[in-house]
Ligand binder design. Structure first.
Ligand code: ATR
Length: 288
């Protein structure tokens, strides 16, 4: 492990752009809370420089780091070893070195499931899930749902071909549909997940969210992977219809756990204190 004698291991989050990332706040909180020497900071890397960046981690004194948009697929391609989740999802969000080899993992599916374990225990007792959206983020969610035993996953997407690609990639348990089918599919689903950018800050209001929840069962759990705003139009509409809702901030916090443990050697906890710390920063930035 790359290690700075005085400061301990050094890790990073990289993306392009990266200045809005809250990952340094999360890892900084844990380093302080656990009294560990180490450093975690954001490094902006242009797409054309990414390959060079990841091939020189050790010589730059870096133990590994997180990878976000737009580098997750490039990180997958650059990794010499992949964990099972990264293989299934086709993208890497966590890098580390083992005997000089670049290893890539994906902790998004873990973070998604851990957030629901904490916010809606028993969520995985349902058999049928409805996933809105078929972009990059949707793959991690479908992988998480399959891993947790869902037997039918309906993916609804504006561009039907992207949902069909997901279905082809993950197999017969995953079906592809257009938005015109969303309300009927909602009727039988125990879990509904929004992975679209609809309702992200600046992307429409509650009234604009194109789904009527009146056919949903009251026991259905609704969750969004977007956390800015914290209460997205999707969640607000689901809550108004009486559904149990879980916001997306917990996914961000939980997906950070396995990386921290790899680079700094201690498994950290997702606590109310950590959540409050991030919420304070979001409030300051007007992101709530
Ligand atoms: P990510 O990696 O975060 O999933 P993405 O790959 O750009 O980002 O995917 C965004 C998702 O939001 C897609 O499912 C997209 O639908 P398309 O595949 O049809 O583009 C969905 N999305 C974005 N804007 C939308 C809109 N106005 N109406 C419906 N779906 C939308």
């Amino acid at each position: 492990m790359a290690c700075d004698r005085e400061n301990g291991p050094k890790a990073f989050v990289t993306g392009y752009p990266i200045k809005h990332s809250r990952s340094p706040l999360i890892h900084g909180f844990w380093l302080k809370e656990l009294g560990l020497a180490g450093d975690y900071h954001a490094i902006e890397v242009k797409p054309e420089d990414f390959k060079d960046f990841v091939s020189t981690l050790a010589e730059n004194g870096l133990a590994g780091g997180n990878v976000t948009i737009p580098h997750k697929e490039a990180a997958y391609a650059a990794s010499e070893r992949l964990d099972e989740a990264a293989k299934a999802i086709g993208a890497v969000n966590t890098l580390w070195l083992e005997n000089g080899k670049l290893c890539g993992g994906n902790t998004d599916a873990y973070g998604f499931a851990a957030n629901l374990d904490s916010g809606a225990p028993g969520w995985d007792k349902a058999d049928v899930a409805l996933v809105l959206g078929a972009g990059g983020a949707s793959r991690a969610i479908v992988h998480a749902l399959l891993s947790r035993g869902f037997s039918r996953i309906a993916v609804v997407n504006r561009t039907l071909s992207r949902a069909e690609e997901l279905s082809a990639h993950f197999g017969a348990k995953v079906s592809a549909h257009g938005w015109d089918k969303a309300e009927d599919l909602l009727a039988g689903a125990g879990l509904i997940v929004n992975t679209t950018s609809l309702g992200m800050s600046g992307h429409g209001t509650v009234e604009d969210f194109p789904l009527d929840f009146s056919k949903a069962d009251r026991n259905t759990v609704a969750t969004d992977i977007v956390y800015v705003p914290l209460r997205t139009p999707f969640l607000a509409k689901a809550e108004a219809a009486g559904l149990k809702t879980v916001d997306g901030l917990g996914m961000l916090l939980h997906q950070a756990v396995p990386g921290f443990e790899r680079w700094f050697g201690v498994r950290p906890s997702v606590t109310e204190a950590l959540r409050s710390h991030i919420l304070e920063d979001m409030a300051k930035a007007g992101a709530l």
